[in-house]
Design a protein around this ligand. Structure first.
Ligand SMILES: NC(=O)c1ccc[n+]([C@@H]2O[C@H](COP(=O)([O-])OP(=O)(O)OC[C@H]3O[C@@H](n4cnc5c(N)ncnc54)[C@H](O)[C@@H]3O)[C@@H](O)[C@H]2O)c1
Length: 264
């Protein structure tokens, strides 16, 4: 059994590390003692002149300021060759892997009857297949370290939302994958759990779901019993908690200010 009470001396991979929640998770893992491999994706919003190292630099500096090493790696999580290369590069650089956080995810909104097939595929490929590919590549190394996998679910892992059939299907599947993989890996002392965020103010909301800040505020006060949105650091602290508890596996922690507790 692993006896981790901190992540001192550990190495973690965080996918989607440059996104809102990914940054918070990366910072909290580093604060708990882990070196962090930051999986970043070439972002269509960036100009082609901006190179990968430059895009990752602010986050690298934040991790280094916490006294930990940071290694940015460019990778599309839905591409098996990219994912295998990312894990190989991690082992080459650090010699071990203790924690995999599958955080990368995308959303777009279409009613199902109008959904182009490639939009359906894109969401499932990143949110679900990407998770499968990252787990598959990481498992041999996590077995060696009695490591931990943390999958990013959502409140959409437990309920539906109009216009988000593909996203909800992918996030419900995260819970099934988490439970089944927890059983497969229990004999190796590898734990597999999910963190399910409620509403976190990231580009996923500001650029896709609710670009209007007033509408975002209205959503917060209407749906969240605690009356405030959640933070990337909330998700990071939940990930650290799960990564340092050897007897929790196959579970999900919902960090949503009470949204999913409502009966009506
Ligand atoms: N923001 C929320 O309120 C919220 C709520 C519930 C769940 N989530 C989940 O949290 C995770 C992070 O979301 P966020 O809010 O930080 O969004 P975000 O858009 O800020 O970050 C998403 C990250 O995923 C990366 N990514 C997208 N496609 C990728 C690919 N093919 N390969 C590698 N990386 C890719 C992006 O580059 C980005 O860094 C997602 O899985 C999302 O579904 C977010």
């Amino acid at each position: 059994m692993n006896n981790r009470t901190s992540l001192e001396g550990c190495v973690s991979i965080v996918t989607g590390a440059r996104g809102g929640i990914g940054r918070g998770i990366s910072r909290e893992l580093a604060a708990a003692g882990s070196d962090v491999v930051l999986q970043i994706e070439r972002d269509q919003r960036d100009s082609v002149e901006v190179n990968d190292a430059a895009r990752a630099r602010p986050l690298v500096e934040e991790i280094e300021a916490l006294g930990r090493k940071a290694l940015p790696i460019n990778c599309d999580v839905s591409n098996p060759a990219h994912v295998e290369a990312m894990v190989d590069r991690t082992i080459e650089a650090f010699g071990r892997l203790d924690v995999l956080v599958n955080n990368a995810g995308i959303v777009n909104t279409f009613r199902l009857e109008d959904m182009p097939e490639d939009e359906w595929d894109r969401v499932i490929d990143v949110n679900l297949k990407g998770m499968f590919l990252c787990c598959r590549a990481a498992i041999p190394h996590l077995k060696a370290s009695a490591g931990a996998i943390i999958n990013n679910g959502s409140i959409a892992s437990f309920g539906g939302a109009s216009g988000l059939t593909h996203y909800c299907a992918s996030k419900h599947a995260v819970i099934g994958l988490t439970k089944a993989l927890a059983l497969e890996l229990a004999q190796y002392d590898v734990t597999v759990n999910a963190v399910c965020p409620g509403i976190v103010d990231t580009p996923m909301w500001s650029e896709v779901l609710t670009p209007d800040p007033e509408q975002y505020k209205a959503v917060i006060s209407r749906v969240i019993p605690l009356g405030r949105d959640q933070t990337p650091e909330d998700m990071g602290r939940a990930a650290v908690f799960l990564a340092t508890n050897a007897n929790i596996t196959g579970q999900s922690i919902t960090v949503d200010g009470g949204i999913t507790s409502r009966a009506t």
